[in-house]
Ligand binder design. Sequence first.
Ligand code: ADP
Ligand code: MG
Length: 288
Amino acid sequence: MMEEKEKPQIVEESIWIAGEAIKKAPRLQGVPTGVEGLDDLFFVAELVDGKIIKKPLGGIPAYSVTNITGVSDTGKSLMVEQYAVMQASRGEGVAFITVESPAPFVTVGLRERAKAMGIDWDSIQDRIVLIDAASHGRLRENLPDLFATLAYAIKTYKVRHTIIDSVTGLYEAKEMMARTIVRQLFNFMKKWYQTALFVSQKRSGHEELTAEAAGGYAVSHIVDCSIVLSKELILTQTQARIYKKQIGDVVRLFRIDGCRMCGHDTRTHFMEITELGLVKIGPPITGG
Ligand SMILES: Nc1ncnc2c1ncn2[C@@H]1O[C@H](COP(=O)(O)OP(=O)(O)O)[C@@H](O)[C@H]1O
Ligand SMILES: [Mg+2]
C-alpha cells in the first residue's frame, strides 16, 4: 500500500505580479570598485532620441553578488581590498569576512592599499569592520553563527558591502556542500541588500578562464556576476606573439565570465599588479 503523502500546499507568498515585483527591485546603478579600468566594463542600455545606446554603468551593479576566482597569486585579495578601501572612502560601511588570514594581517593589507590609492587611512578605518573567521573556527563551521555575526555587524555599523575572502575556506573538506553554502550566502546578501564580493579559489586543474573556471563546483550559476583572473608563463613563440611579451615573462589576464544583472565586456584583458600592489585592468587582448 502506498504511504500517505502530505497534501501539496500552495506557497502563496512565492507568487508575484511582475508589476509589483518591479517596485521592490533596486535601481540599476554602478558601484565604483577602486580597480582602474574595471568600472567601464559594465553597461546598461538606454533609449536616447529613439535609439538604444550602450552606457557605462560606472562600476559593478549595486546589490549584486560577484564571484572573483583564480588560482593563488592572481590578485583576488588585492582586488577586494581595493574595493573595501574605495567603499569606505565613499562613506559606506564594509564588512570584510576574512577566512584565510587573521584580521590584523588583513588590516595591514587594507592600509597599504589605501596608501597606494592615495586615500587617507585615518578617515576610512572606522568604516571597515573585519569578521575574523580565520581565527574563529565556529564561524567557518557553523553558517548560522556566521550569519548572526554578520547581521549584527551590518546593523551596528551600517554595512552596505560584504566581502568574503574566501568562500572556499567555508567549505574546506566538504566540497560537495559548496553549492548549498554559496546559495545560503547569496540569499543572505540579497536579504540584507548587500553588494557583495566573494573570492573563490580555483584549483589549477580547472580550465583557465573558462566558464568552468569560474569558481568550479558550479558556484558561478548561483552568483550574479563572475570574474576570472589568471596568470600565464610565456613559454612558446605563439604565446609571445599573442601576448606581445617575451618568453619567460608572466602575463596576467582578466575576464568577466558573466553577469546577469547588466551588459558587460566579454573580452579577455591584460591585467597588471603595480609595484605598490594595485590591480589595474588593461586593454583587451587582440589577435596575434
Ligand atoms: N603589497 C604588494 N606590493 C606589490 N605586489 C604585491 C603586493 N601584494 C601582493 N602583490 C603581488 O600580487 C600577487 C597577487 O596577490 P593576492 O591578491 O594576494 O593574490 P590571491 O589573493 O589571488 O592569491 C602576489 O603574488 C604578488 O606578486
Ligand atoms: Mg588571497
